[in-house]
Design a protein around this ligand. Structure first.
Ligand SMILES: *Cc1c(COP(=O)(O)O)cnc(C)c1O
Length: 394
């Protein structure tokens, strides 16, 4: 039964998020999909067992809880199938393992999420895979880098911490022509603002930990695939033996109900603060794809339907000490990793692993996650930070 049977594609996104993600009448009318804890599933008889003709086979293979989330993500991404994994990082590394073999060549965007890069530089290289990074500004220009052995092109749009935009359709077309599978880490945009498969990408990756979870209390990842690539992905998942836990899956299903309205608020406050930050003398640049001043703005506008609440600022001059004075004086912005929750966060971005899309020469890069607090309070908090920098003689 389709998860979204009560809400056709003509309904608006918030209607679909509210009414999708489960089938209440399969569970006596209870609105939310139940949490099914399971290892063993009983079959009615030997014949059914031998033919595997049963909706569910074993806990590892999924339950009604995991199926509800997989189908919801398929509806949102336009994918043929989705697998769930215990973290966003696992959702980045897993498809690389599934589609690469010894002797293959992988092209990865240089502004990729740091831990994805660490996996490529260690595990993939140890497996005999030739890992090569390319500058996000190359767009469709990865053509000259393609080799007969190139089996995967891994994208992230926008890039981690510095938000470089990519012409996704152009890169995916080059990859496809060369026989490579294209994967894209779509965590920043969520499927509400970008649907990679509509642009020729084969696999769309999410850290569900971020906006889908939305409350900083759960970790999960997903990979949504085309009909051609899904069988290999699911096969590898079941061969390795990893799936999402039921309670965590429930939290993601619950978070998705409000993701649309949360994102609208994150977007509005983040953009207002980004525009204000552009006017500040202490700020050399604001790295936010929805700002007309941003390098990749036109590419963003052409491909994306909206922007989320994560962007960076480049402080004018000063080093780590000055940036630390700013960060340590903030009251509402917490110092912590991850993002996509209700609370604002600020971190000093570490770009030391980049080889091509390197750090801004103008100053330290600070990444801001704009939460659901009131904008005026967040602005006052940032003003306090700038005042503390000035008082410290920065
Ligand atoms: C956070 C993040 C991940 C990893 O997600 P976890 O659930 O924290 O492992 C992957 N990609 C991007 C772009 C992220 O921001």
């Amino acid at each position: 039964m389709s998860t979204f049977k009560n809400t056709p594609a003509t309904d608006g996104i918030n209607t679909r998020l509210s009414h999708g993600g489960g089938d209440p009448h399969a569970y006596h009318g209870f609105i939310n999909t139940p949490v099914v804890h399971a290892s063993t599933v009983l079959f009615p008889n030997t014949d059914t067992m031998r033919r595997r003709a049963h909706s569910y086979r074993y806990g590892l293979w999924g339950t009604p809880t995991t199926k509800a989330l997989e189908e919801t993500l398929d509806d949102l991404e336009g994918s043929a199938g989705t697998i769930l994994l215990p973290s966003g990082l696992a959702a980045c590394t897993f498809p690389l393992l599934a589609f690469l073999s010894s002797g293959d060549h992988a092209l990865i965007v240089d502004s990729v999420y740091g831990p994805t890069r660490r996996f490529a530089d260690t595990v993939l290289r140890r497996m005999g895979i030739d890992v090569e990074y390319f500058h996000p500004g190359r767009d469709g220009g990865i053509g000259p880098l393609m080799r007969p052995q190139t089996k995967v092109v891994f994208l992230e749009a926008p890039g981690s911490n510095t938000f470089e935009m990519i012409d996704v359709a152009a890169a995916a077309a080059v990859a496809k022509a060369g026989g490579a599978v294209t994967m894209l880490d779509n965590t920043w945009a969520t499927p509400l603002f970008f649907r990679p498969l509509d642009h020729g990408v084969d696999l769309s990756i999410h850290a569900l930990t971020k906006y889908p979870g939305g409350h900083s209390d759960v970790m999960m990842g997903s990979v949504s695939a085309t009909a051609e690539t899904f069988p290999r992905l699911r096969d590898t998942q079941m061969t390795i033996g990893v799936n999402a836990a039921p309670d965590d899956t429930y939290l993601i299903l619950r978070g998705l109900k409000t993701m649309g309205i949360r994102l609208a608020r994150h977007e509005e406050t983040a953009l207002a603060l980004a525009e204000w930050l552009e006017t500040r003398d202490e700020v050399a640049g604001v790295l936010h794809p929805a700002l007309p001043s941003f390098d990749g703005h036109d590419l963003w506008k052409r491909q994306f339907k909206g922007s989320s609440g994560l962007f960076s600022i480049v402080l004018r001059g000063g080093g780590v000490r000055e940036a630390s004075v700013f960060l340590d004086s903030l009251r509402l912005f917490g110092l912590g990793y991850s993002w996509g929750g209700f609370e604002s966060l600020a971190v000093l971005a570490d770009l030391s692993d980049r080889t091509l899309a390197t750090a801004s020469p103008e100053g330290q890069v600070i990444r801001l996650q704009i939460g659901l607090e009131d904008r005026a309070d967040l602005q006052r908090d940032l003003e306090t930070g700038f005042a503390a920098m000035a008082a410290a003689g920065a």
